[in-house]
Design a protein around this ligand. Sequence first.
Ligand code: AHR
Length: 501
Amino acid sequence: MKKATMILDRDFAIGAIDPRLYGSFIEHLGRAVYNGIYEPGHPCADESGFRKDVIELVKRLNMPIVRYPGGNFVSGFRWEDSIGPKADRPKRLDLAWFTTETNEVGLHEFCEWAKKADTQVMYAVNLGTRGPNEARSVVEYANHPKGTFLSDLRRKNGAEEPFGIKLWCLGNEMDGPWQMGQKTAYEYGRVANEAAKLMRWVDPSIELVACGSSSSEMPQFGAWEQSMLEQCYENIDYVSLHRYYANPAGDTPGFLARSMDMDGFIKTVVSICDAVGGQKHSKKKLHLSFDEWNVWYHSRQQDEEIWKREKWGRSLPLLEDIYNFEDALLVGSMLMTLLRNADRVKIACLAQLVNVIAPIMTRDGGGAWAQTIYWPLLHGSNYGRGTSLRPITQTPVYDCADYEGVPVLDAAATLGEDGNLTIFAVNRDLLEPLELTCDLRAFGPLTLKEHIMLHHDDVNAVNTEAAPNTVAPVKGPGGEVSGKKLKAVIPALSWNVLRLG
Ligand code: AHR
């Protein structure tokens, strides 16, 4: 058996884990909203048309924020279309996804859903086809108590109390040629700065996320961050990062190493933020919002075929990736990467939440079930709170096409306010288990309360409505603590949660 060691010490603190690291995203896209969270007439629908079975699955994720309403969709969206009596709301072409937006679900309904799902809304404004004036108007509509046209309109529309949305995205992926209203970094930086100023003048308590590059693979990545931050550094709080990985060639070792790319991406953006802050002699430190991250590739071909057949439908089954077991392992490693950067990454949204590249799937009129990637998110969110600790590991390594020295053991650790310690670990080895020896030198007496494990012999195994537990957590082989040492077995190709208390 291969061996790995780890030292954990409460003094090796990376930083406090912002609960918003465990956020997600719902866009007006495909079957995320319509026939995802909202399906009037479904046997599980509540009086507002929201599926209660979906809400239950979301609640188990203990999710602090959900980004809304897009994504690419937001860059053509008129927020005013989504308020007032449903019968009067316009239907419009959505040029982001070639569908028709009916606006049956809008700002009020989504805030109602968020309340039912025990989560907070992170709201994106349109800085593609619209600008600072519309952005400050929606802040006033949502957050101003009363006594102005917009705030009183909200009250007339049924919400006496402000929605109190605290976190706002200044547009979405504004460097992408696919974006409605694509901008240069300078153009975006200027418009983001002006929108930020106006929005904050309306409600000084809000926090603002500016768009970084839409991926680290964009040719302008780096230069974009530098240039747009020169324009808006002092008026924003977070810079966004988006990244999706794929494994079209079926190279599992290479695919599982992609979280190393994510780590490099985060560190580069942190460096650029700090460099711009330094050039500006600013006292302000920016943080990161990794507000789109996931695996995304399984559905690409299917989407092309749908669009060839049909455009401008409602709730077309777009971006419906069916996630397999190895996707869950990479999602686990990506989550641990976020935890190991918890000092600077304060917000993260697994993209997305329901049906669209999502941990939760539904069938129209049928069931709702958890995909493989649901589980690492659930474990992180429920057990990975408090302080992120830096594990000092010694592990075997391997080489793959893009990386040398990929650690076989990928790990993160968190210390809860209740003194409970959680070790998250992925064994990237396809065949061999790892014997892990963990030095817990700075902790009092601990016992291994639980070892949760996700494993399947087939990396391509998936969950379906008929077999929703094909890839589901089981009890791991466990281990024992003797003195200040934990010895545990981390099975080959597995995601693990070791809970000590
Ligand atoms: O999450 C799907 C899409 O991916 C989003 O709309 C966009 O922001 C990104 O390109």
